[in-house]
Every structure is written in C-alpha cells, then in structure tokens.
Write a protein that binds this ligand. Structure first.
Ligand SMILES: Nc1ncnc2c1ncn2[C@@H]1O[C@H](COP(=O)(O)OP(=O)(O)O)[C@@H](O)[C@H]1O
Ligand SMILES: [Mg+2]
Length: 304
C-alpha cells in the first residue's frame, strides 16, 4: 500500500506498566478513508493503544505514525491532522456547553461552524447550560461535537458512545458515516459489537494487549460457525463426518449443526436427502466474539 494511503501505522508498539503488559507489540495499519473498529473487552488495552498513538503516554518500545509523522517526535504536527474523542474528560464546570465548544475549537485551531451548529441540533445538545449540570451523556456530546466539527482528516475515538442513549447513537452513526463521506478516516474503539457491525469497514480485535484478529467482518465470519437447521421426511442423513461440521444433533426428523468454513460439502449431503425445510443463520458479531474468546479457546488463525 502507498505510504500516503496510511493514516495510522504502529510498529511493535508496546506498553508495560510494571509487570502488566497493557499492549504487546502491536503492528497495525489504518487505511486512509476507512472506518476501523478497534474492539476488545474492558482492560484489553484499547485506551493504552490510543494514548500511545497520540503520544499522550510514552510507549515502552515501538513507534506510532500519523500520516507518516512520528507522534512521539512530532506531537504537535501529528495532532494538527486529527481530532480525538477521549473516553472521559474533565471540563471547566462554570462554562456553558457553547463556551466549552468554542474553547475546544480554539485549541484545535479550526472548526466548521456551520457543521457544528448542525451537530448541536442533531445531538439535541443543550449548549446554554453550565457544564457542571451535565449528565455523562451530555459531557460525551461535547467531546463528540468538538471533534466532529473540526472535520479533521483523522478522528480517533475512544469508546465514544459511552453514556449516550440509543437515539443519540443513531446521530453518532450518521455523523461517522458523514465523516467517511467527507474523506476522513475514523479509528473507533468500542466494546459494543453492534456499533462496529453497523459502521466499520474492518475490525481489529484486541485481547490482553495482543491483536488477535484483523479483517473485514465478512472475513471474520469465516472463523465462526454458521448455524444450520433442517427437517426431513424420513431419517436425517449422517453428517458428522463432513468437514467443518460440529455439534450435529438429530431429534426425530430434525437435524441441527454448526459449520465452519465452506458450507458446500454439507449442503450437497443435505440436498441429496431432500430436506423439507432448511434454515441457516449468519453469526452476529457477538457470536463471533464468543467463538474467539469463548471456552478459553483463542483462534490464532491470521486473516486479512
Ligand atoms: N496508568 C496505568 N497504570 C497501571 N496499569 C494500567 C494503567 N493504565 C492501564 N493499565 C492497565 O493496562 C491494561 C489495559 O488498560 P486499558 O488500555 O485502559 O484497556 P481498555 O481501554 O481496553 O479497557 C489493564 O490491565 C489496565 O489495568
Ligand atoms: Mg478504555
């Protein structure tokens, strides 16, 4: 890939806190223009990754570049290309929301005032109230509106929808897709799978500081079993020997199983037995997550 097409590049990025390895040799490239979901359970190392990429903490080893700019060596220049939505933040309690947005805009140097107005309306943000009266959701709206209205080339968001109600999550999704349509790149950390599913071109999955999966959702679905259910006039065929098939259960005329990888060998056996009904279901991202983390079995297969 051309160097100019890479928004974020980390090489061997590692952060230790004493004996805790919060991030372990992360090699990751975020492509320009994509929405990358950075998923992992609490404590996986998502925030550590983001802070290291931003140069807010010093990695133990490794490097991070933003549009080719080393973010430790050249923090100011790197930051001029991005906007950041922190997981939590401290504001000035006696300023109003509008004053806070104004100040954050000054800090960043550039905002699109027309778009900011639109965002304030979309997120139903009560800009005239003092920040000290705000709920967690309203505080989060400040971060979101401030970052989105910069129209920065790169948006780095750390669990941005924490505290937002479901209607506002809709507003959030719309805004992220707008950013992409505006040629911005979005790095979105989340432990909410549904969010990533709706938005992301690719997802990276982090577990205990290690990148365990990276690819498109379509590629990842491959790793997870598809559930199949079929009914037959007579006795269901024997399918336990078919490659990729697991958990085959026969109850009377009904058969259910899971299949990993290609579904074709199974289908040809099923169809030869003339099924009356056939149901197949795609795994949700939740099930994907389970297939990676579940039963203590980590899938080490590299994809992407
Ligand atoms: N300042 C710190 N000092 C010590 N340990 C830390 C510090 N920050 C994070 N950690 C540890 O690093 C690991 C990753 O944390 P974090 O990056 O916050 O995960 P996530 O954002 O995915 O929930 C956790 O085990 C956490 O306890
Ligand atoms: Mg975090």
């Amino acid at each position: 890939m051309n160097k100019n097409d890479i928004a974020i590049k980390t090489t061997g990025l590692t952060k230790r806190y004493g004996s805790v390895v919060a991030l372990d040799h992360l090699d990751l490239e975020v492509h320009r223009g994509e929405i990358l979901g950075y998923l992992g359970p609490n404590g996986a190392g998502k925030t550590t990754t983001i802070r290291s990429i931003l140069g807010l903490i010093k990695p133990t080893s490794g490097t991070a570049e933003i549009f080719g700019i080393d973010s430790q060596q050249n923090k100011v220049l790197a930051h001029s290309r991005l906007a950041y939505v922190p997981g939590e933040s401290i504001f000035w309690p006696s300023l109003t929301g509008a004053e806070t947005l104004h100040l954050l805009g000054k800090v960043h140097g550039q905002i699109d005032p027309k778009y900011q107005k639109e965002l304030i309306k979309r997120f139903k943000f009560e800009a005239n109230k003092k920040v000290r009266t705000y709920s967690k959701g309203n505080r989060q709206k400040i971060n979101l509106i401030a970052a989105l209205s910069t129209r920065a080339e790169l948006l780095i968001m750390d669990e941005p929808t924490t505290g937002l109600d479901p209607i506002m999550e809709q507003a959030f999704k719309q805004s992220v897709l707008e950013a992409q349509a505006n040629n911005q790149t979005v790095f979105l950390s989340s432990h909410i799978l549904e969010e990533a599913e709706a938005l992301c071109d690719r997802v990276a999955i982090l577990r205990s500081g290690k990148l365990v999966e990276l690819g498109t959702l379509a590629q990842m679905r491959h790793l997870s079993a598809v559930s199949i259910q079929a009914t037959f006039e007579g006795v269901p065929p024997n399918i336990s020997h078919i490659q990729g098939v697991s958990n085959a259960i026969v109850t009377g005329h009904q058969l259910s199983c899971q299949v990993r990888g290609s579904i074709e060998p199974l289908l040809s056996v099923l169809s030869a037995a003339h099924p009356k009904t056939l149901l197949s279901r795609e795994p949700s991202l939740e099930e994907l997550f389970l297939s990676i983390y579940g039963d203590g079995e980590v899938n080490q297969q590299a994809i992407g």
